[in-house]
Design a protein around this ligand. Structure first.
Ligand code: PRP
Ligand code: URA
Length: 213
């Protein structure tokens, strides 16, 4: 990824450990959801590192002072439904006053093309720092389409956070969205013939919501 200055693969051992646990096909649904929550918090902590702060007055028991605060209402997290919802609470716990938008996309099982079914975003999106989130970046089609939708609604400052990415998806995303910072917890080997990430973790939405067979 050294040729991709906007791509960050988070190499913290705690994140790597939690992603390794997440991959286990025998992990129960509740534990899976809890790990996605924890990983999202840790990823958000890293991805929001560059946020601007403003000095605001605070009175401690000892003295009046000015201390840095984040203007959380200028932040908007946008999960891609369904699986992105699993990341929402972890991010929200970092900044409870942040706004949320939602984009609904599903991948056609045969063509693997994304299909839009929902979009609800704050009306002042152009003023907000937007963090688009989805655990999986496979072909990249869903993330690229979601960025297009965000831009059509005026978003100017966008970052994308995923948990597991395939090289194919990263290449496609960087080609179409070269200006967008991309954060990845684990960069896997490849896609299989069904466009699932190998080794991956299977279908993230099914595992978060317990809808798999
Ligand atoms: C999954 C995942 C991404 C997409 C990634 O969603 O959550 O949105 O696939 O694949 P891509 O990079 O090839 O587009 P899915 O379409 O399975 O919907 P779901 O979250 O409702 O299960
Ligand atoms: N979507 C998923 O949930 N998992 C994959 O491996 C690819 C797309």
């Amino acid at each position: 990824m050294e040729n991709y200055p906007k791509v960050t693969v988070l190499d913290h051992p705690i994140i790597q450990h939690k992603v390794a646990l997440l991959r286990d096909k025998n992990l129960p649904c509740g534990s899976f959801r809890q790990l996605v929550h924890e990983i999202s918090m840790l990823e958000g902590y890293e991805a929001l590192r560059g946020l601007p702060t403003e000095l605001r007055p605070v009175s401690t028991p000892i003295a009046d002072t000015e201390q840095p605060h984040i203007v959380a209402r200028n932040i908007c997290f946008v999960p891609i439904l369904r699986a992105g919802l699993g990341m929402a609470d972890g991010l929200s716990s970092l900044l409870p006053e942040a706004r949320f938008g939602h984009i609904g996309l599903y991948r056609d099982e045969v063509t693997h093309e994304p299909h839009e079914y929902y979009c609800k975003l704050p009306n002042n999106l152009s003023e907000l720092q937007v963090y688009l989130v989805d655990p999986m970046l496979a072909t990249g089609g869903s993330a690229i389409d979601a960025v297009r939708m965000l831009r059509e609604h005026g978003a100017k400052k966008i970052s994308f956070l995923c948990i597991i990415a395939a090289p194919e998806g990263v290449n496609a995303f960087v080609e179409k969205c070269p200006d967008i910072p991309l954060y990845i917890c684990a960069l896997d080997e490849r896609l299989n013939e069904n466009a699932y990430i190998v080794p991956g973790l299977g279908d993230a939405g099914d595992r978060i919501f317990g809808t798999q067979k």
